[in-house]
Design a protein around this ligand. Sequence first.
Ligand SMILES: [Mg+2]
Length: 185
Amino acid sequence: MDRRNPAYFDMPEESVWERAQAVSLLVSDVDGVLTDGSVYTGADGETLKAFHIHDGKGIRLLQDAGIAVAWITARASAALERRAGELGVTDLIQGSRAKGAALATLCEEHGIAPGAAAFIGDDLVDLPAMAAAGLSVAVADAHPSVQARADWVTRRPGGRGAVRELCELILAAQGHLDALIDDHG
Ligand SMILES: [Mg+2]
């Protein structure tokens, strides 16, 4: 196994690498993971969110490698639906605080065991899904209890490339990353 570090993530311990090799579904929380946690609320009640382009590219790379991507959030917004549409993320579960159950449902729908799912989160509501997933990841600025229970903690905070780190870890562990980077010249 080529374990060169392509620099977007820090090499994890061997057990994390092995868990990443088994992932066929990446499930992500949204607020505080795909965003920095800010929720911009307009006077008319419209919600705006900022997503990082690096995370979007990481999701695209994962999909190109045949690894499914799903999002679970306790909130709901048109802004999120728009971003999911842009990235081809069709598994979008909104308004779910029972994230462990939502993860189980997603795994059933994809015909995989929870051990083949990765979950990345930032706050206490994410803990049940993290406990069920084969690879549990916390963003760098996650709640300390979430970081303590994660298999791996990203170097970057939520909304600033944390999801890209995890995407590239999974791709590297499964031997896809170098070829995907080469495809870009
Ligand atoms: Mg969150």
